[in-house]
Write a protein of this length. Structure first.
Length: 489
């Protein structure tokens, strides 16, 4: 019993001695020219201050040996320091993991960005951001914006808007979309003043365009009828889409390839919010579309024959004189769709339904099929031969879903097969010009408006647009068509 009591007393005294031992070691280290060994003795006891001081000393004096010793006792900051010490290709993942799990915010962000697993990335970004680490907070905001979750991004953007121009820019856009335009414009201006390119571009757009209703659009003069066989008015439905529409408009004006074509595009109109009802799966078509009847006043005022609607989301397409584009569509998509305005057909495989419709009897200027003795239609073949003495006829993929074999007047992959190829053969430009000078080869927006008003039961408006469509297809000296027989559906 006596021996047990002595042992217990010894442990008490040892514990008390240890408690005084660490402060003494720290004091000694503070006055030592080589404090590392002394700090290590204190660090071995688990003292966090000693471990921090030793880590700082090792980093400052380029002493990775002591970092390795600290990693041996699983000190997170030392693991992060040692991870950074090595060249990128020699960094060991377990060091990063140890540092991140130990709560080092920089390591947590680095670990997040090193994984392809979305859940792990989000978890570690949040762990870092919740510790107040600004770069991680900005990264979390970007992550949620990328995932189309602006409501989750917003609180992080608020935290970082004064530190990062990109955050100020994105928060400004969100506030604008919320109707807080003054606050949004202020943040966009702030980001632009900090040399954020996106903010500068948007600020220029905001200074050049104002939202308006379709009936507020003021008439502007087109060049001559000869120069403008298609008079195309652009429309945008949101802040994002007016920015995209403005870019597309500028690119069209700078495109030297199309300068010889009698195509004219008007500066975009930024429509007031909710002017158009647009959906990415319009009438179950799996394509972008809108009810375009609200555009009628602007189309009439501008005397437009065609329209381009830039909306937020959906698959690009052309329908009866209206082109629908979304924010992801670049200028090459617009050029591809412009050709559809003039009757050109896609040179990639059409769906079975579309192939049945277009491959049986083609009137497209860029396609013929096998005929009884030659290609059909012969009139298209003759157009090709008259325009190009060195004509090359090659197989096209257009009708792969149909029993007909299609052919095109070019051996290369053109912009009608892959829009981003940018390849518009000279013959295609000649054919395009010919199409533009043939009103019956086109389908202006008048037909689209006629159909929209007709199915809506608005007979007077439907009749007006049907008449304009018929006049578009008539020679100037022909008798005027009579649309009085139009009845309600």
């Amino acid at each position: 019993m006596r021996g047990l009591i002595i042992a217990l007393l010894a442990m008490v005294f040892l514990s008390a001695d240890t408690a005084h031992y660490v402060p003494q070691l720290l004091a000694n280290a503070n006055h030592s020219s080589n404090p590392a060994p002394v700090l290590w003795q204190a660090a071995r006891t688990g003292n966090s201050k000693a471990r921090t001081l030793l880590t700082e000393y090792a980093v400052t004096h380029d002493k990775p040996f002591w970092l390795e010793k600290l990693v041996g006792v699983k000190h997170p900051s030392a693991a992060w320091a040692l991870y950074q010490y090595h060249d990128t290709d020699k960094r060991e993942h377990f060091l990063l993991q140890l540092a991140a799990e130990g709560g080092v915010p920089e390591a947590q962000q680095t670990l997040a960005m090193s994984t392809e697993n979305a859940q792990e990335r989000e978890y570690w970004l949040l762990q870092s951001a919740q510790q107040g680490y600004k770069p991680a907070q900005a990264a979390v905001a970007d992550w949620y914006l990328l995932k189309q979750q602006p409501d989750k991004a917003r609180p992080w953007l608020i935290k970082t808007a004064q530190s990062y121009p990109a955050s100020a820019y994105h928060l400004g856009r969100l506030l604008w979309d919320d109707g807080k335009k003054q606050q949004g414009r202020k943040l966009i201006k702030q980001a632009a003043g900090q040399d954020n390119h996106l903010a500068q571009r948007l600020q220029n757009v905001l200074s050049e365009y104002q939202q308006q209703n379709a009936n507020q659009v003021k008439r502007s003069v087109w060049p001559s009828d000869k120069a403008c066989k298609q008079r195309i008015q652009m429309f945008a439905t949101s802040l994002s889409s007016i920015e995209r529409a403005h870019q597309l408009y500028q690119q069209f004006n700078a495109d030297e390839r199309l300068k010889t074509l009698p195509l004219c595009v008007k500066k975009p109109v930024w429509l007031s919010k909710n002017t158009l009802n647009c959906k990415s799966n319009w009438k179950q078509s799996d394509r972008l579309g809108c009810d375009i009847t609200p555009l009628a006043p602007a189309v009439e005022t501008q005397d437009a024959t065609h329209a381009i609607v830039v909306a937020d989301l959906g698959k690009a397409n052309v329908n009866n004189g209206v082109m629908f584009l979304d924010l992801s569509d670049n200028y090459s998509v617009l050029v591809h769709e412009l050709a559809h305005f003039s009757g050109f057909i896609d040179e990639y495989p059409l769906s079975s339904t579309m192939a049945t419709r277009y491959c049986t009897k083609s009137e497209a200027p860029n396609m013929v099929v096998d005929g009884a003795l030659s290609y059909a239609p012969l009139s298209t073949l003759q157009r090709w031969q008259n325009a190009d003495d060195n004509l090359v006829i090659a197989e096209s993929k257009t009708c792969d879903a149909h029993q007909q074999q299609a052919y095109k007047p070019a051996s290369q992959i053109t912009f009608l097969e892959h829009h981003d190829s940018g390849e518009i053969p000279e013959l295609y430009l000649q054919l395009w010009g010919q199409q533009l000078n043939q009103p019956k080869a086109q389908r202006p927006i008048y037909m689209n408006l006629f159909q929209s008003f007709h199915y809506a039961g608005n007979t007077p408006e439907a009749g007006k647009w049907l008449k304009k469509y018929q006049e578009f297809n008539q020679p100037p000296d022909s008798p005027q068509p009579d649309s009085s027989a139009l009845s309600k559906p």
